[in-house]
Design a protein around this ligand. Structure first.
Ligand code: URA
Length: 428
């Protein structure tokens, strides 16, 4: 590999030049090995945030991050593979019903998930509220479960895109998370290294998401779809609403329960709608567009796949879920129609109740969270429950209540039709 030095690469991006392939390969490799210092990589990340990267730079940057670690290969599985990635939102439990549903349709789902940070929840934190369930699997265990059950949701091993692990932690503390080239390459390096055949991206838009407006969300989606397509992964993106939280719960055990309700044929209509929309995209990408996932929800086979998936990872799908020790009900201050429920306000409340973490090493409470008893468009009655707050530590209620203040509107006599969940589709 050609030798460069960190200052040369930083100066090039600072002065708005295109980085060469050789500069990119070198800087990612040298950073992973510890030869480029954190302060140098921080300066480069900031220069990228300010000056951007073109498509060929982003593509090379992603390839270099993939090359920093191992690549998984599921091509010898007896079924095609498809995966989904969400950019993160409030009440976003969709992976939980989606993975077993798609497995029940004959497509394997190798889902490597993360933990929550800040106001958005993490899939692994949610699943860990199921007694006995474990997130860490070896590559061999993952392969066996995929062959036997068809779906696995587990933590990414240390070997996958280690450059991204290091760089993401650095971006988190240097104000450089929000650069579209860095977000796109971070997400796609892990998904391409994971070896899925098809990929559906759920790019969230709105107050509870990374991307607050449709224009930036579309730019991120287009960048990621291009990266996936260039790497030979059939990739599409749905832009979906995250101004309102999904479903009726945000937390860990409460979101598992809501997912089980969906698998049992019930659950909130928006969760069912988005689960089916993403399942149809995954099946189409894997060449199984002829299967209707709604049938597999209705006939119980998605629920069977869920139970098998949980058991295969040590969990007891029939065990009672943990419950918070304390609860606090917020009642509606007036009667009318709920016309706004702000995803960020709900996400912050759930986080402050103990469902999420402020630092990577913090524990989360399995039972903590928020349940909302109405969704935008529903009639509410003064004095009736609007929210139930759940936590093991009642001293957390005040701060959670403060984050809900101003987070909803009730309008008397308003005609209100909630907007669509799927706002746009990119690729395919
Ligand atoms: N998720 C990731 O994995 N990386 C980012 O940069 C942002 C969200």
């Amino acid at each position: 590999m050609a030798a460069h030095d960190a200052v040369e690469v930083i100066l090039a991006k600072r002065d708005q030049h295109e980085l060469t392939d050789s500069q990119i390969d070198w800087v990612i490799d040298a950073y992973t090995r510890g030869e480029v210092a954190d302060e140098q990589m921080s300066a480069l990340a900031m220069a990228i945030l300010l000056n951007g990267m073109n498509r060929s730079e982003i593509s090379r940057w992603t390839a270099a991050m993939i090359a920093s670690g191992e690549r998984m290969d599921f091509s010898t599985l007896s079924r095609p593979t498809a995966d989904k990635h969400s950019t993160g939102g409030v009440g976003d439990k969709i992976t939980l019903p989606l993975a077993p549903l798609v497995a029940a349709c004959g497509v394997a789902v190798p889902q490597l998930s993360g933990r929550g940070l800040g106001h958005t929840g993490g899939t692994l934190d949610k699943l860990e509220s199921i007694p006995g369930w474990r997130a860490a699997l070896s590559n061999e265990e993952m392969f066996t479960i995929l062959e036997d059950v068809g779906a696995v949701i587990c933590a990414a091993g240390d070997g996958l895109a280690p450059a991204d692990k290091k760089l993401y932690a650095l971006r988190d503390v240097t104000g450089t998370v929000e650069a579209i080239p860095l977000i796109a390459s971070s997400i796609m390096s892990k998904k391409i290294a994971e070896g899925t055949g098809a990929l559906v991206l759920d790019v969230k838009v709105g107050s509870g998401a990374f991307m607050k407006d449709l224009t930036t969300a579309r730019e991120l989606a287009e960048t990621m779809v291009a990266l996936g397509t260039d790497a030979g992964v059939r990739t599409v993106a749905l832009l979906t609403d995250m101004a309102t939280p999904l479903g009726r719960t945000a937390g860990n055990a409460v979101e598992v329960q809501e997912s089980v309700d969906v698998l049992a044929g019930g659950g909130p209509t928006d969760v069912v709608e988005l689960t089916l929309a993403l399942a149809r995209e995954m099946l189409a990408g894997a060449g199984r567009g002829d299967v209707d996932p709604a049938d597999k929800l209705a006939d119980g086979s998605a629920m069977d796949a869920w139970k098998a998936m949980i058991r295969a990872q040590g969990g007891d799908p029939d065990a009672a879920l943990p419950q918070a020790k304390e609860s606090h009900v917020v009642t509606a201050p007036t009667s009318g129609t709920l016309t706004r429920l702000d995803a960020m306000a709900v996400g912050m409340a759930a986080w402050r109740l103990g469902a999420g973490r402020a630092r990577k090493e913090d524990p989360v409470q399995a039972g903590a969270g928020v349940v909302w008893h109405a969704r935008p468009g529903d009639a509410v009655t003064e004095g009736e429950p609007l929210f139930t707050l759940l936590t093991d530590e009642p001293e957390r209620f005040d701060r959670a209540l403060a984050s809900l203040e101003g987070g909803y509107d009730i309008t008397d006599g308003a005609e209100f039709t909630p907007g669509d969940i799927v706002l746009d589709r990119i690729g395919g």
